[in-house]
Design a protein around this ligand. Structure first.
Ligand SMILES: C[S@@+](CC[C@H](N)C(=O)[O-])C[C@H]1O[C@@H](n2cnc3c(N)ncnc32)[C@H](O)[C@@H]1O
Length: 209
């Protein structure tokens, strides 16, 4: 209940006041809440919530069938590596990087990656709103259950690259915001290719035009 309300709040904030999400105080609060209060439990929550991964699975399968395989993938706000490991299962990519601000989250993600050495999976501590990567670097950027910073997404994506946004909750509610989300994405040069519900959640695949 609390989690769902939190996700809905993030959507409203993102869509209505994207600049607010970039304020230091909001970012610090997010990192505190996730790093200190949620990191140790996140994998349990994911395991318990049966269809947590439905939106990302549906979206990645759609990408696999309808686009060239994205070779360089970046998962923003990766947490314990959810988007990175799901991508590895479905897409044949050369390199997948997960970034997060929270050290605690990354520690867990790296432990999981250690067992899969040679997979070309990397985790780095970075702020999704101020990435250190060069412009035009990635074929696919994703943000799962995490605030997204479209200006930065558009900068590091290659021309015609894909942006995938998923939420594991509140799919029905978010679908109602479609026109607003479309406008928000268009402002940053993106066109929605596909938006659909998956389980209780939702996914958006947008192309940089
Ligand atoms: C709900 S968790 C989602 C984790 C994972 N993507 C998933 O779906 O399971 C949100 C994650 O976003 C991270 N995060 C929030 N704001 C961030 C930012 N500005 N830069 C990098 N990571 C951020 C948090 O630290 C947290 O790990």
């Amino acid at each position: 209940m609390f989690r769902r309300a939190f996700v809905e709040l993030i959507i409203v904030l993102l869509v209505r006041w994207p600049r607010l999400m970039e304020s230091t105080i909001i970012k610090k609060s997010i990192v505190f809440i996730y790093g200190k209060l949620i990191a140790d439990d996140l994998d349990q929550v994911i395991k318990k919530k049966e269809d947590y991964d439905k939106p990302i699975i549906n979206a990645l399968r759609y990408i696999k069938s309808n686009f060239d395989q994205p070779q360089k993938v970046l998962d923003l706000g990766t947490g314990t590596g959810f988007g990175v490991f799901k991508t590895k299962e479905i897409i044949e990519s050369k390199e997948i990087i997960g970034v997060d601000l929270s050290k605690n989250m990354l520690e867990i993600a790296r432990k999981k990656a250690k067992a899969r050495e040679g997979d070309n999976i990397f985790f780095e501590q970075q702020d999704a709103s101020d990435l250190s990567y060069e412009s035009n670097s990635f074929d696919l950027l994703m943000s799962n259950n995490c605030p997204c910073y479209l200006k930065e997404v558009a900068r590091v994506l290659k021309p015609s690259g894909l942006f995938l946004f998923t939420l594991s909750y509140s799919g029905e509610k978010v679908m109602k915001h479609k026109p607003r989300l479309e406008k928000f994405l268009r402002r940053h040069g993106f066109q929605i290719n596909k938006m659909d519900q998956g389980g209780n959640g939702v996914y958006i695949i947008a192309e940089l035009s």
